[in-house]
Design a protein around this ligand. Structure first.
Ligand SMILES: Cc1cc2nc3c(=O)[nH]c(=O)nc-3n(C[C@H](O)[C@H](O)[C@H](O)COP(=O)(O)OP(=O)(O)OC[C@H]3O[C@@H](n4cnc5c(N)ncnc54)[C@H](O)[C@@H]3O)c2cc1C
Length: 497
């Protein structure tokens, strides 16, 4: 525990996932600023530290799901698994000299702007901190969503969320229920079916599943990538533009959507011969509306009976008995909740208080808003990474995170250039940005596809999580800080940078 005086630094980053570490690396490499990274857990890695479930892996090619300024020639798999990405992030933190900047076990409980000194005051589980610039990189898939299932707390066996896998629970010989059909559930079910006595998957809504076609890189390929100058960049560029084609499938271009749907339904038809099972696995909404999942193992696991499909939600639990909405009953020993995360209403927003003491969650009471997907009116010197309209359904989150990092560095440079300390976006600029987001979202499959998804805020039916355009457009529009629409000012008291 530190003393009563707050620790003073120029910049604080909350979170040490891909976003927080990426930001820290650039600050350490390119600036003289004092900064800390506050992390509630005891290691770096965010998503890839927490998600250790059987089969956890990335759906974006490894060479694209890594920092452009820390490429890696020896990714062994086309799609890295969770442990490999976690190690990559641990190595990055160590090799880039971030360890002295990291404060683990530090849960940031409150972040409050103090206008009299133009500082953010942070109250945490390890004491108080004060900073001029606050960068929140607390993640959008970091707060597990636990469904309210009657009887859940009285279930007679172990229950855990996919992002908090209980490795002490031995699944061999156990009857396991998996709730959900998102990306995690579809990775988990076939993997645990190899050891469990039985696995039943509770499916409220079917997912579109497309071929994964993972492969290992040969030694020769890895040598080529290591030795030929520019080869990794060439591969990254190729993978990036291949992924970009995916946006056409979301924006409503009928031919592209139909082709994508055909791929998914063709995959289903080729792997599931039973017409009844196939019908139960056929989604009733348009492809892309919910996250499209990559798997070559999921359908075979269902087809062979290794995983039983319950085509309705889990309705209630009583001791070992699980009752589905259809009325079907199952005896279970272990329950896995692959039920996703709090996305559109991030819990960190209840902890941030801006000018006039307004909570960010109140500013966002009708859904997350921001200018340039990064700054919020009423919240001076606050930057949010991977927050409102900053993620993608078709390409790498790292591209978006790096774009925002470039924007933030540009904003900080701008403050120095104009000899100011405080920067705040005006409401007009923010409103204009959000109108443009609404305009671009309107025709996308996320709003027209006939599903409910974690991309859309159910309080306003607005697309608040995803960027409704190509990833390259995000780089074009956000990659360079544009001071128009921002007010800058000097701090009321002298400040040292
Ligand atoms: C299972 C899974 C698979 C995924 N697969 C893909 C994929 O294939 N492709 C893709 O592009 N994206 C994928 N994602 C999304 C992934 O979350 C992002 O790609 C990226 O890792 C997010 O990084 P981040 O730093 O923004 O957030 P996170 O990795 O979530 O890190 C946030 C950090 O903030 C910390 N934190 C939060 N609140 C506080 C607090 N109050 N105080 C202190 N610390 C705090 C958390 O402990 C965590 O370490 C996946 C997510 C999951 C869960």
């Amino acid at each position: 525990m530190i003393g009563l005086q707050p620790v003073e630094v120029d910049t604080i980053i909350v979170g040490s996932g891909m976003g927080g570490l990426g930001m820290g690396i650039r600050l350490a490499r390119e600036t003289e600023r004092s900064f800390l990274i506050l992390e509630r857990a005891h290691d770096v890695g965010g998503t890839w530290r927490d998600n250790t479930y059987p089969g956890v892996a990335c759906d974006i090619p490894s060479h694209l799901y890594s920092f452009s300024y820390r490429t890696k020639s020896d990714w062994g798999q086309f799609y890295a698994d969770g442990a490999q990405i976690h190690r990559y992030l641990q190595d990055a933190a160590r090799q880039e000299g971030l360890l002295p900047h990291l404060r683990f076990g530090t849960d940031v409980r409150q972040m409050r702007w103090q206008p009299d000194v133009a500082r953010w005051q942070l109250d945490t589980t390890t004491g108080s901190y004060r900073c001029r610039v606050l960068i929140i990189a607390a993640g959008r898939l970091s707060e597990p969503r636990i469904p309210e299932i009657p009887g859940l707390t009285g279930f007679a066996g172990p229950v855990f969320h996919s992002s908090a896998w209980d490795h002490s629970v031995e699944l061999a010989g156990q009857r396991v229920g998996v709730v959900g059909t998102g990306a995690s559930a579809i990775q988990i079910a076939p993997n645990i079916a190899r050891v469990a006595e039985s696995v039943v998957l509770f499916q409220r809504t079917a997912a579109y599943v497309v071929p994964r076609a993972d492969r290992t890189y040969s030694d020769a390929e890895m040598r080529l990538l290591a030795q030929v100058p520019g080869e990794i960049e060439r591969l990254r560029s190729q993978l990036f533009w291949e992924a970009e084609a995916g946006f056409a499938k979301r924006v409503g271009l009928p031919a592209a959507v139909a082709e994508f749907r055909d791929v998914a339904l063709g995959h289903l038809a080729s792997q599931v011969s039973d017409p009844e099972l196939r019908a139960r696995l056929t989604p009733s909404y348009e492809i892309g509306c919910k996250r499209v999942v990559l798997s070559d193992e999921f359908y075979p696991a269902l087809s062979t009976g290794a995983v039983a499909l319950e085509p309705s939600a889990l309705d209630s639990l009583h001791s070992h008995r699980a009752t589905a909405a259809s009325g079907a009953e199952y005896e279970l020993d272990v329950l896995v909740l692959a039920t996703g995360f709090h996305t559109t209403q991030p819990p960190f927003a209840t902890r941030v208080f801006g000018r006039e003491g307004i909570a960010l969650s109140d500013r966002w009471s009708r859904g997350m808003v921001a200018h340039a997907s990064t700054t919020v009116a009423g919240f001076p010197n606050l930057f949010v990474i991977d927050g409102p309209n900053a993620s993608l359904g078709h390409n790498s989150a790292v591209h978006m995170i790096e774009t925002q990092i470039g924007f933030i560095l540009g904003a900080l440079d701008h403050l120095e250039l104009v000899n100011a300390d405080v920067l705040e976006v005006g409401r007009e600029a923010e409103d204009a940005w959000m109108s443009e987001i609404d305009r671009r979202s309107a025709s996308t499959v996320w709003l027209t596809g006939g599903c409910s998804s974690w991309y859309v805020d159910d309080r306003s039916d607005r697309l608040t999580l995803l960027w409704p355009d190509f990833a390259f457009a995000f780089r074009d529009e956000v990659g360079t800080f544009d001071p128009r629409g921002y007010r800058v000012s000097r701090a009321p008291v002298a400040v040292a940078h």
